[in-house]
Design a binder for this molecule. Structure first.
Ligand SMILES: *Cc1c(COP(=O)(O)O)cnc(C)c1O
Length: 451
């Protein structure tokens, strides 16, 4: 497996980016009844590779620009293999002291890199979805505790109402977290946004007039199509003035804070009450890896701890049991990969990766814009490029463009819709992407866009 994995990773940029087989063929190769008798492990693995390999999308490759995905740094891949090899249960310190301490250290580094309060608590979760769930659970506990309601004990069935406000262009995982938390999507009030998807703080201020009730405001650092940032400083000022909790969805965009050049995009970030982000996107750590960061450790812990919420222990108490900060009980030691990825980059390397991806996005936008039929729809200031095809049947051609590009085999894009019309986006999120990848890909996109 080590030999195979090395070959696969080395050949990543020569492999076709897209999968080249379909579901029926995969079912035929992988399906059938489970044999009564054992199969030798080496045979199982060889046959799995042979059957699955052309159903693999090279999403870690330099010319993969779909969704917002990210590759995997070599040190992070290696550390992830260690996590599997060591097979630690990283729920309790006693079950893996090393896994616990590695998370503590990586959490300290990340708070420094992102300029977040040193006393904030951090849970290493599976992704930004679960980071929202965790942070919003802490928020739900906190805003209800302020009006004398212990939601951990008494639940929501007859609790005071909780309002949740978010921009119209919030990510769908916010709505889903509210469902998981029993707040329901009806608790969500949508605030108007500008043409880049940024929440309008004046509208938020209007919505917050009146008698304060327990309220959570969800801001966004990095909209999935445009890469736009809500004005976090203004949002915090308005929301805190009304006694609300501010949660930031910074799945990928929060990493702008690690760059001196891009940090201006997240002004006020440190004033929020909680932050959700991913390590498996822009930090280039293997799946699955996200972070729930909370400025109120006692609320974070009260919402997550497996002990009773009233047995709150001092935050300074060591050692750190991971179970207190995440929804999982038994769990993978995913901190090793985060730690190794950060160390292999160093502070300068992380900034260079974030800036490099953003420069590649600008280069991509410039290449695409050389064709007068391409309309760039966003201000390209981060790693996202959003565009459409103009001219005769522009919407129709835009609608099918991502598939035609994938069929071309050079790069991988995904479609979206922007202001009710089809659009295509490019997300540059991999450490592997080079200027040559961008030029090669832009040429293939322009060729596919021609009528
Ligand atoms: C990807 C993304 C999420 C969800 O993150 P997962 O890691 O897929 O759970 C949430 N918000 C934004 C802005 C995203 O880009």
């Amino acid at each position: 497996m080590a030999t195979y994995a090395g070959r696969f990773l080395e050949s990543m940029d020569e492999r076709p980016v897209d999968a080249s087989t379909d579901r029926d063929e995969l079912r035929r190769r992988l399906g059938g009844t489970l044999a009564e008798q054992p199969t030798e492990p080496g045979v199982v693995l060889r046959e799995l590779i042979a059957a699955a390999e052309d159903g693999i999308v090279a999403s870690g490759a330099g010319r993969f620009f779909g969704f917002v995905v990210g590759g995997s740094l070599p040190a992070a891949v290696g550390a992830d293999w260690l996590a599997t090899t060591w097979d630690q249960n990283a729920g309790l310190f006693i079950l893996s002291p090393a896994a616990s301490v590695v998370e503590e250290v990586a959490a300290e580094w990340i708070k420094q890199l992102l300029g977040l309060p040193t006393e904030a608590s951090v849970g290493f979760v599976t992704g930004c979805q679960m980071a929202h769930f965790t942070c919003l659970a802490a928020a739900r506990y906190h805003v209800l505790a302020q009006v004398g309601w212990d939601v951990e004990q008494r639940g929501l069935a007859s609790s005071p109402q909780v309002r949740v406000l978010a921009g119209r262009q919030r990510h769908v995982t916010i709505d889903r977290a509210l469902r998981f938390l029993g707040l329901g999507t009806d608790s969500l009030e949508l605030i108007d946004v500008d043409g880049q998807g940024r929440m309008l703080p004046r509208r938020l201020s209007d919505a917050l007039q009146g008698t304060p009730v327990p309220t959570i405001v969800c801001a966004q650092a990095g909209e999935v199509n445009t890469g736009a940032f809500d004005p976090i400083a203004e949002i915090c000022q308005v929301a805190h003035g009304a006694g609300a909790w501010v949660h930031v969805d910074g799945a990928f965009g929060i990493w702008a804070a690690a760059s001196a050049r891009l940090r201006h995009l997240v002004v006020g970030l440190e004033q929020a009450d909680s932050w959700a982000t991913d390590c498996h996107k822009w930090l280039n750590v293997p799946y699955d890896s996200g972070l729930a960061i909370c400025a109120h450790p006692e609320s974070h812990r009260a919402a997550m701890t497996a002990h009773a919420a009233y047995l709150i222990r001092a935050e300074s108490e060591q050692p750190r049991d991971e179970v207190d900060w995440v929804p999982e009980f038994s769990r993978r030691a995913r901190g090793f990969a985060v730690y190794a990825g950060l160390r292999s980059l160093g502070r300068a390397g992380l900034a260079a990766m974030v800036e490099g991806c953003s420069d590649h996005a600008s280069r991509m936008a410039a290449r695409l814009a050389e064709d007068p039929e391409i309309e760039i729809l966003n201000d390209v200031h981060l790693n996202q490029v959003l565009f459409r095809v103009r001219g005769a049947d522009g919407d129709g051609r835009t609608q099918t463009l991502a598939q035609r590009v994938r069929d071309g085999g050079v790069c991988w894009l995904s479609g979206t819709s922007w202001e009710g019309r089809p659009a295509v986006r490019v997300s540059v999120t991999s450490w592997r992407t080079t200027a040559a990848d961008v030029d090669h890909s832009a040429a293939s996109i322009l060729a596919a866009a021609r009528p």
